[in-house]
Write a protein of this length. Structure first.
Length: 127
């Protein structure tokens, strides 16, 4: 999927994730609260593959300011939701959490998202 990575857009049109949040596009939603949404990936790369996204878009992890306490709390919340959803999905023996950042990190949607993959042995290095 590295070939699908794109440059960060100047103007941010609605992303596929904002369309999932506002229900313009359907998704298999696993969890939702006032801060985030977790849903199954449409092109899973593991037996269990879901995404956790903030409802308020953060374009890139690398652009988050070190002193931004509100965003730091939100990022922690996303990780807790990933962990709890992984348990509900039966990933008791482990899983991988991935955040792609920027073109060289193969980020294809500039709305920060956590990939949670599991249900099989993950290899290392990832590639």
């Amino acid at each position: 999927r590295a070939a699908e990575a794109s440059e960060e857009p100047g103007q941010r049109p609605p992303t596929i994730f904002s369309k999932i949040i506002d229900r313009t596009i359907r998704a298999d939603i696993l969890y939702e609260d006032d801060k985030c949404l977790a849903f199954r990936d449409v092109a899973p790369q593991a037996p269990v593959h879901f995404l956790v996204i903030p409802k308020h878009p953060i374009p890139r992890l690398s652009r988050v300011a070190a002193g931004d306490a509100e965003v730091s709390r939100l990022l922690g919340h996303l990780l807790v939701v990933a962990s709890q959803t992984a348990k509900v999905e039966g990933l008791v023996d482990g899983y991988r959490v991935v955040i792609n950042d920027g073109k060289r990190g193969s980020q294809s949607v500039y709305h920060l998202h956590l990939h949670v993959l599991g249900g099989r042995q993950m290899g290392w290095p990832p590639g």
